[in-house]
Design a protein around this ligand. Structure first.
Ligand SMILES: [Zn+2]
Length: 462
């Protein structure tokens, strides 16, 4: 019998092929959020920028900036980069500008991405090393919660993810490298306790001023003659990380706003942050600093007012927003910090974990709650169906929650995990907040690795 193939079959095959190719194409092409985040990476393009005749800043060598101040017979370095490798690359560039010895290093604060390249800049010299007397590295060794902090830090910065395709950037830098953090640290030799420490180093007048904010030991550096202000991590071109999702003790939001007001009052012409590019021009710098201060102040004050009226963190996270003018500021876009996280942090910073609602005092266990939700849904089977539908509807937050219930109940657990991975990955691609994107993708990767390990164990048993 002569079997001719139905022409409709060919049509069907072609349509199938086209649809497969186009699905592939949409998968590969960027979402709008990814394009926006990619555009923000421009802030970290690698360059040594001349700020004044005697001040330079290296941007894009690792996650943080290092600055160079040229003095009469020696050099001053402000922040030393995130690793020996980063510092070596920066130092090579600085050496093209001046071959004077480094006689002073100033740490704006103790976070490891700012202190890890000091030995490279020092070379065979023994420079004075200035920092706040309360300089203390909350991330270096001995932290009681160090294990989980490290795990969450990895997720926040996407340390286990592929650069470029997965980690577009980390919000305030192109990427954070896991190796070399802490490597070239040199201990502080000049411990500053004066609120404003005024000195002259290498003929350059310098004020090193206490400015608690991202850390308690933060200081800004003010050069009154050059009218240059080094902001440390109290200012960068992104909404401030008033709460880091890796976890930290309460960052005093009120003090942070005070510090920014103090910085604004110096009336600088140049603002050199330790992340993102410098800003020049008195008016622009004033606008950047005062908007930043106003943004932080506004979130703080709105949250306090709402707390006093009895609102819970969930309610406040929904209610509190930046005033329209500030929400439009290029300096307050949520690439790094995020307003609702800041709101929750202010609440718990003042009142601790209890939201004030007695329903939250002694809640059901996760398992009990999941069981009862499943019952309400008409059984776990229905809950699973809803999970699949939520993914189809691109309702990823709800999908994550439903997947959590099913995983807790161990109902089709492996499938629920698979769907949670899909929800996380899809939600990540809609995020312009780099830490959230990196966290979603990292947890998706961890879940996948777990699944792969399990199936490898199972197949080895067969
Ligand atoms: Zn930093």
């Amino acid at each position: 019998m002569n079997k001719s193939i139905n022409p409709n079959f060919w049509l069907f095959l072609r349509l199938l092929l086209v649809s497969l190719i186009s699905t592939g194409a949409t998968q590969a092409s960027s979402t709008q959020a990814e394009a926006v985040l990619r555009e923000h990476s421009n802030e970290f393009r690698r360059e040594v920028i001349k700020v004044t005749d005697s001040v330079y800043v290296a941007v894009g060598y690792g996650a943080s900036n290092s600055a160079l101040v040229i003095g009469e017979t020696g050099l001053i370095i402000v922040d030393t980069g995130q690793s020996i490798t980063a510092a070596e690359a920066i130092n090579r560039e600085f050496r093209k500008i001046s071959d004077k010895p480094v006689t002073a290093i100033i740490y704006t604060h103790s976070h490891r991405d700012h202190i890890s390249g000091a030995s490279i800049f020092a070379g065979d010299q023994t420079p004075d090393i200035f920092a706040s007397a309360n300089f203390a590295n909350e991330l270096v060794g001995g932290h009681v919660a160090g294990e989980i902090l490290f795990k969450r830090t990895k997720r926040q910065f996407g340390l286990g993810l592929k650069p470029e395709t997965e980690v577009i950037n980390v919000g305030v830098g192109k990427e954070m490298w896991s190796d070399g953090l802490g490597g070239g640290f040199l201990p502080v030799t000049v411990h500053i306790s004066d609120e404003r420490y005024s000195t002259t180093i290498e003929g350059v007048r310098i004020d090193i001023v206490a400015a608690p904010g991202e850390t308690d030991d933060q200081r800004y550096i003010w050069l009154p003659d050059q009218e240059v202000l080094f902001a440390g991590d109290n200012f960068y071109k992104a909404f401030p990380n008033l709460y880091p999702i890796r976890g930290s003790r309460y960052r005093d939001v009120n003090l942070w706003a005070n510090s920014l007001e103090k910085m604004t009052a110096e009336n600088p012409v140049h603002l050199v942050p330790s992340h993102t590019r410098p800003i020049s021009g008195r008016a622009e710098v004033n606008k950047a600093l005062s908007d930043y201060a106003a943004g932080i102040r506004s979130i703080h004050d709105q949250t306090i007012a709402g707390m006093n009226r009895g609102y819970t963190p969930d309610q406040l996270a929904e209610m509190v927003t930046l005033p329209e003018r500030l929400a439009a500021s290029p300096y307050l876009q949520e690439f790094y910090g995020k307003v609702p996280w800041a709101v929750r942090s202010v609440f718990s910073g003042y009142l601790g974990w209890f939201d004030g609602n007695p329903s939250s005092l002694l809640p059901l266990t996760e398992f009990e709650e999941a069981s009862r939700i499943a019952k309400l849904a008409g059984g776990a089977k229905n809950l699973f169906r809803r999970l699949k539908q939520s993914i189809k509807d691109k309702d990823y937050q709800w999908a994550m929650r439903l997947a959590d219930y099913l995983i807790t109940l161990s109902y089709r657990k492996e499938d629920a995990i698979e769907l949670k991975i899909t929800a996380l990955t899809s939600a990540a691609r809609l995020q312009t907040n780099a830490p959230a994107r990196n966290y979603y993708l990292s947890v998706a990767q961890e879940l996948q690795a777990n699944k792969d390990r399990k199936s490898a164990v199972e197949s080895s048993k067969e």
